[in-house]
Design a protein around this ligand. Sequence first.
Ligand code: SF4
Ligand code: SF4
Length: 391
Amino acid sequence: MNGLHPEPPALMPGKKHVLQWHILHRCNLRCTHCYQDDYAAECTHEQLERLFFQYLAFCRKYRRHGHINFTGGEPLLSHDLFPLMQLCEENGMTFGLLTNGTLLDDALAERLEKLRRLSFVQVSIDGTRETHDRVRGAGNFDKAFAGLRLLKKHGIQTMAAFTCHKGNYTELRDVIKAVRKNGIDRFWADRLIPMGSSREQILSTAEFRSTVQMLSKEHTRRCIRSRTEIHLNRSLQFLEGGNCYYQCSAGIDLLTLLADGTLLPCRRLPLPVGNCLETDLTELFEQSALLRDLQERRIPEECMCCPKAELCRGGAKCLTYAVTGDYHRRDINCYYPVCSASPKAAEPMNGGFYDNQKKQDPAMSDRSGHAAAPDGAPSSESIGGQQGISG
Ligand code: SF4
Ligand code: SF4
């Protein structure tokens, strides 16, 4: 456990709370970008049940509407997946499933169709067929879409997720086209958060901006033959339009449980809170100085002059942490002006990342006070929360 905290956490009763639960780390694929460095961790059925009831007790204590996103590894490899989903059904908890889609067949889709509290099934798409198969192995693009179509056939809400990086962001339009063609219900895209060696794959600010502009166009475009909702609700996407503000919910409305019982604020913010097989989840939650700090939702100094500061609060903490080692700083891809009153405005980010970006990126001129103003200001205000995150 990383530090005790004497005060109980202030949380809003009645609000949705999401647990992203990696019920196993085993997977049938070996994707090149995978976060996993250990595929072995797995709990027994009894341990998984114990963890479920810990989360249920936590939701009841704080009067939160609990929602679990089951993922892995590949969750469909686990014999415990359906029993756990059954526990959700029996205890009034909604749930989603985040899968690579390749193991879905008619029999599985039929079993999923019977679950009343299953909100959606999400499958990650990494680019065009060529890119997806290069990352995930030959034939897996077609298998992923075949899986999604089967789910649709069984009346299950489908979602496709796209993680943008330097190697695939130009394929966003093609991916959306494929998603629309296959009748997928919802689509969202977000930035790669580097873990380990993928740091050079992070989008520059100009690349990020052009990606969100493209997403924004697709978000508003009306298609005669497609009802796919293109979401524009991830961090900083409001800079290019839409009406959904996003605040990092890590450790507040979101927790992540790994297959060995480790509790994290978010899968993309790999700071362990403790292990739920050793200490009860509620106890970890109440005593963690890290979670208390995240719950304070502090606005980074560099954001103090921003008119959207109360709504955005600094962008994606995971990306900021991955690049700078300090999640209290503002998002590395934000192109609003840095507050010049902040002493941090003149400080280089860790490793000179900002400075390197500035060389490539005209949009980064905000560091010198010549900001590129966002083209589309959001018209109405709603805080976008965490949806599925691909495993
Ligand atoms: S300046 Fe800060 S609060 Fe404003 S949009 Fe950028 S990251 Fe968000
Ligand atoms: S911004 Fe990053 S750390 Fe925060 S909730 Fe979203 S994915 Fe998790």
